[in-house]
Write a new protein. Structure first.
Length: 343
């Protein structure tokens, strides 16, 4: 009788361990990335160019997913993915950063941990190779949320981050874009010094461009990060939504993780990233519904264009945008790798 009791207890323990293992292995993981939204039309791409963009997006999302699949956390996954996009000249972040009006580069980034709402952000740096890494260091190793300019670079040096000569960010196609933007501004000047009117006259393509990632790890932790080179021909130390927590980046385990891309002034004014998560949390809406309400709502009617990537605590992914295209990719434990560019 005692032997049977011991066997029964052992069997019960094994069953419990097996069930626990199954539960753990069934925990959803997911990642989504973007490389910017805007006037992205198939006619503007050669077959080779489209394939190159798709390959880089796939590389980034697969690298981030590998971190998750190996049991890594969501912060590491999004950082890995964003680094790949920052190191590519294809996207307006890191290596591919656009030029300011004066021919320089000013980079911004932010990151947020959905587990505890810790966040880090950086704006206006000129020599930090991977701004998302600096945002992470600010979150993890400083008492502040956002640092800017020279102070941020001093902190980056103290943390041992890689700094580069500003020429590292120079690329021919971004230089050409600056020249085109300046030509359009000169055509609009006509003696006026109204910077807002001149800025509004620029086509949307000059006002957008970002990279970002959102992820859910096996422990149920969400994270979001965004990095950008800003706006072509920007002046006066302009800062967009990318480094602003709640506008361009937001994550909360109770709702979702969001990274935005688009015309930053509107994303700031309409608090886009946080608004989406608030609708999920307080109105119990799906991320798909909440995202579309915000992206196609009052902001869009006011002239705000762009898109977002969203992941929720169940591993669902949504990537709505109101432009002609958005560089994007996703992968989860219940959906295969997806890469998209056009609408």
């Amino acid at each position: 009788m005692r032997t049977l009791t011991v066997l029964a207890a052992a069997l019960s323990l094994m069953t419990s361990i097996h069930a626990k293992a199954q539960t753990q292995s069934a925990s959803p993981i997911a990642i989504a990335i973007h490389g910017g939204a805007g006037t992205i039309e198939r006619s503007r791409f050669t077959t080779e160019q489209e394939q190159a963009y798709r390959a880089k997006l796939k590389e980034a999302v697969e690298a981030g997913y590998q971190v998750l699949n190996q049991g890594g956390d969501s912060l590491d996954a999004i950082t890995r993915a964003i680094n790949i996009l920052e190191d590519s000249p294809f996207f307006n972040a890191g290596k591919g950063a656009v030029y300011t009006y004066d021919g320089h580069h000013e980079l911004d980034a932010s990151i947020m941990d959905g587990k505890n709402r810790q966040a880090g952000a950086v704006s206006g740096v000129k020599h930090v190779k991977n701004p998302i890494n600096l945002a992470r260091e600010i979150m993890d190793n400083s008492v502040h949320v956002m640092l800017s300019g020279e102070g941020a670079e001093t902190f980056a040096k103290q943390q041992g981050l890689e700094l580069v000569n500003s020429q590292y960010f120079n690329t021919p196609h971004r230089r050409e874009a600056l020249q085109r933007a300046k030509e359009k501004l000169k055509q609009q000047e006509s003696g006026t010094k109204d910077y807002q009117a001149l800025h509004n006259a620029l086509p949307q393509a000059f006002k957008m461009g970002t990279v970002g990632a959102v992820a859910l790890d096996k422990n149920g932790n969400l994270a979001a990060g965004t990095s950008t080179g800003g706006m072509t021909a920007k002046r006066y130390g302009r800062i967009g939504d990318s480094p602003i927590i709640g506008a361009g980046t937001f994550a909360d385990n109770a709702s979702c993780a969001v990274s935005a891309t688009g015309h930053g002034e509107y994303f700031i004014r309409y608090n886009v990233a946080a608004d989406i998560c608030a609708r999920v949390s307080y109105q119990n809406k799906s991320i798909d519904k909440a995202g579309k309400e915000v992206i196609f709502g009052p902001m869009y009617k006011a002239g705000g264009t762009g898109g977002v990537i969203i992941v929720d605590k169940k591993g669902n992914v949504s990537m709505p945008f109101n432009t002609k295209g958005m560089y994007r990719a996703s992968k989860s434990s219940h959906s295969p790798t997806y890469v998209g560019i056009f609408k």
